[in-house]
Design a protein around this ligand. Structure first.
Ligand SMILES: NC(=O)c1ccc[n+]([C@@H]2O[C@H](COP(=O)([O-])OP(=O)(O)OC[C@H]3O[C@@H](n4cnc5c(N)ncnc54)[C@H](O)[C@@H]3O)[C@@H](O)[C@H]2O)c1
Length: 365
């Protein structure tokens, strides 16, 4: 979809954002009034950490629903040109409480989607930084959301479970004693968000995502990243060295399902939710099973295993299969991609000739 240029205006169509032009950190584009969303009741949404694996896809999906000008992407990194051209993008460091407030006020934000984080393997390699970003940062997000009465989504993860949690069909409510700083910080976020909900009435929501598989962006240092890397390596070299053992079963989701679940969850009326933190998933597989599926497209793929002890130890503590029946019952969650259709979708994006010529059956558009 080609997005037309954007004129960022207040929700009343007036120029309340004029003030922000003096804020040097805000990237603003002043363009035609025809780009104002037709529905002035659309929420104005801020996404933190939006340049990561999930942020730009979510922004695209939300912009299609609510209008490009109503979704503000933010990060501490510089955005590439195509992101700057697609809609509002601002610098936002989640450690800077005042800066966050400034953006929320200037942009009249209604929903705060918090994607800024350090993922599992990276967090384990830098515990003080992970504590800062994933714990102190979350405090800032919750404070801003409370002060300005924002709907607030902070994703959680299968990493919020631990070795004492049941690993087969892990339910929403169960023992959570994770042993990674990533997991500990995510349990902290779940509990703090729920505390703010009960104490202050904050519309806090959280989804526990499994490993997310996406062709568009590089993964951010997670334990499930092998399931993305295999596609790139298979196409580039015909070889793949896996950092997890062949029989390590983990829950996974194709990115389109992750984003659809997020948008659907955000739109559910608050009183329809029986919980504030839900499991969501689509499939579970092992590296060996994934390699077998990838070989349907690249029959000569060679897979070897060189185990990363840190990542393997993390994976061995995580659920193998996630029970997301409450999400399905409460707000109608349904996945669309399984192992086979996810592989079709990945090859359709990364190497479409494989999909079209090698296997007629795998014709995907
Ligand atoms: N991708 C997955 O497989 C997965 C699985 C489960 C949960 N999640 C959760 O989903 C959310 C988004 O994940 P992702 O995969 O897009 O992460 P990612 O690592 O790809 O991106 C995180 C982003 O946060 C930004 N960031 C880091 N420090 C920041 C700071 N101080 N202020 C603002 N931004 C900062 C980074 O620049 C980066 O763009 C995270 O909360 C993550 O824990 C992701």
């Amino acid at each position: 979809m080609t997005l037309s240029p954007i004129h960022i205006l207040g929700k009343d169509g007036g120029g309340s954002l004029k003030n922000t032009l003096s804020v040097s950190s805000i990237h603003n584009r002043s363009l035609g009034p025809d780009c104002i969303s037709e529905d002035m009741n659309n929420p104005r949404i801020l996404i933190t950490g939006a340049l990561g694996q999930l942020g730009s896809g979510l922004a695209k999906m939300l912009r299609a629903k609510f209008g490009p000008e109503n979704v503000i992407m933010s990060d501490i990194n510089k955005a590439p040109k195509h992101i700057l051209e697609a809609g509002p993008f601002v610098y936002a460091d989640i450690m800077d409480l005042k800066g966050l407030k400034e953006i929320v006020v200037n942009y009249e934000v209604d929903w705060l989607i918090h994607f800024g984080a350090l993922l599992s393997a990276i967090g384990e390699a830098n515990v003080p930084l992970a504590m800062k970003i994933n714990i102190e940062g979350v405090h800032n997000i919750l404070e801003v959301a409370k002060q300005y009465n924002l709907k607030c989504l902070i994703p959680s993860t299968i990493g919020a479970f631990g070795p004492d949690s049941p690993r087969a069909l892990t339910p929403d409510l169960t023992i959570q004693r994770p042993r990674t700083i990533y997991g500990v910080s995510k349990v902290h976020a779940e509990l703090m968000g729920e505390y703010y909900h009960h104490k202050y009435g904050l519309d806090f929501r959280s989804l526990r995502y499994p490993g997310v598989i996406s062709a568009d962006t590089k993964p951010g240092g997670g334990t499930t990243d092998y399931a993305v890397e295999i596609f790139h390596d298979a196409i580039k070299t015909g070889k793949f060295q896996c950092f997890l053992k062949p029989d390590t079963r983990l829950p996974m989701m194709y990115v389109k399902d992750t984003l659809r679940s997020t948008v659907k969850f955000l739109r559910v009326p608050s009183d329809q939710l029986t919980m504030r933190t839900y499991n969501v998933t689509a499939m579970s597989f092992t590296p060996a099973e994934l390699a077998e599926e990838v070989r349907k497209f690249m029959p000569n793929l060679e897979v070897t295993y060189r185990i990363d002890p840190v990542k393997q130890a993390i994976a061995d503590q995580w659920p193998q299969v996630l029970d997301d029946s409450r999400a399905r019952a409460d707000w109608g969650w349904q996945h669309q991609y399984d192992l086979s259709t996810m592989c079709q979708a990945m090859f359709a994006k990364l190497k479409p000739d494989r999909v079209l010529f090698e296997t007629n059956y795998y014709r995907v558009y």
